[in-house]
Design a protein around this ligand. Structure first.
Ligand code: B12
Length: 269
């Protein structure tokens, strides 16, 4: 399920059961100190978001196209942050679309149309936040699709959440060969590399990056991998942290790791 804060309407994260795409309420860390008890009114705080989600979901189920500008405007009027819109509203819809396609309930073309709309939405959000598509000179973390993976929404979403936490993020999709990826990460001086994997055969690309990093002498940032096929049960890959947790947990982990590495580097210098 997808948890929203009943008080400030921000997306908190996912909770079990993971295959239930409905929205449920909770209290985020920021609001927690202000809240001692729950009243019925408090719980109803996410009703407008549930309503918004329900309208979008029925449009998707009815194979209707929806107007991304109207979606953005409504999200804005509900004070939904763009990163939360993607994580808490669009992400469950993407999973729902994937399930419908897998069950043969919608044709592939519907899945493609919906993907196109999400892609445009992400582009608009990036523009609104003045995030250039150009490449910067340095970054704390490089997020990339594993070579051969064209599913870009996962890393776009993570990028927005990591930026929201104050990190400098560079992202790369589609992926590039392992040696070029490492050369690029080195040039940016990143503290962490994150690879996104949507299909089992892409796990070997992650292993390739880990092997090449192991051969490096002066540049060995932690390598993490996540994505649709990464589960707690995924067999270990040497030199890789497999991450199957929530966005919230990932952001916490990366922020702590980057701080730790920066501290070590400042002492060594
Ligand atoms: C949209 C979509 C597409 C779009 C992608 C558009 C785009 N520009 O991104 C299109 C139509 C192009 C597409 C193509 C294909 N797809 Co597709 N696609 C999907 C769909 C419906 C949604 C994916 C998505 O965006 N999810 C939303 C994002 C936010 O979720 P996410 O990627 O999982 O990311 C989250 C986490 O996994 C994690 N995460 C992601 N990356 C990382 C990285 C790190 C470091 C960490 C820590 C965490 C992390 O954080 C994110 C936030 O929670 C899924 C179905 C599904 N249920 O997911 C299928 C799905 C992933 N696709 C699938 C397949 C098979 C394909 C194709 C092979 C289809 C084909 N026959 O052509 C091609 C492959 C293309 C390729 N080489 O990559 C399968 C994969 C099955 C498998 N495991 O093998 C799925 C599961 C559908 C299915 N049920 O069969 N697809």
């Amino acid at each position: 399920m997808f948890r929203w804060c009943s008080y400030c309407q921000s997306f908190i994260g996912e909770s079990e059961p993971r295959d239930d795409f409905r929205l449920t309420h909770g209290v985020c860390q920021k609001c927690r100190p202000k809240v001692r008890t729950f009243s019925e009114d408090d719980i109803r705080g996410i009703d407008p978001i549930r309503g918004f989600f329900a309208v979008l979901q029925s449009a998707v189920l009815a194979h209707e196209r929806f107007d991304k500008d109207a979606v953005l405007a409504q999200a804005n009027s509900l004070k939904i942050n763009p990163a939360d819109l993607l994580a808490g509203v669009m992400q469950p819809l993407l999973y729902e679309i994937g399930r419908l396609y897998q069950e043969g309930k919608i044709p592939a073309v519907e899945e493609h149309h919906f993907s196109l709309m999400i892609r445009e939405l992400i582009r608009d959000i990036r523009m609104d936040l003045s995030l250039s598509d150009g490449h910067s000179e340095s970054a704390d973390i490089l997020l990339a699709c594993a070579n051969g993976n064209f599913h870009e929404f996962g890393i776009s979403l993570l990028e927005l959440h990591l930026r929201k936490a104050g990190l400098q993020v560079e992202s790369l999709c589609p992926g590039i060969p392992a040696d070029q990826l490492i050369a690029y990460a080195k040039r940016l001086g990143v503290k962490v590399i994150g690879l996104s994997v949507s299909m089992e055969d892409q796990l070997s690309e992650v292993a390739k990056v880990a092997r090449l990093l192991y051969e490096e002498t002066s540049f060995r940032p932690p390598l993490i991998a996540g994505g649709f096929v990464v589960r707690a049960s995924t067999p270990d890959i040497s030199g890789v942290t497999l991450f199957a947790g929530s966005i919230e947990e990932l952001v916490g982990w990366v922020v702590a790791k980057v701080q730790e590495i920066k501290q070590i580097q400042s002492v060594v210098r």
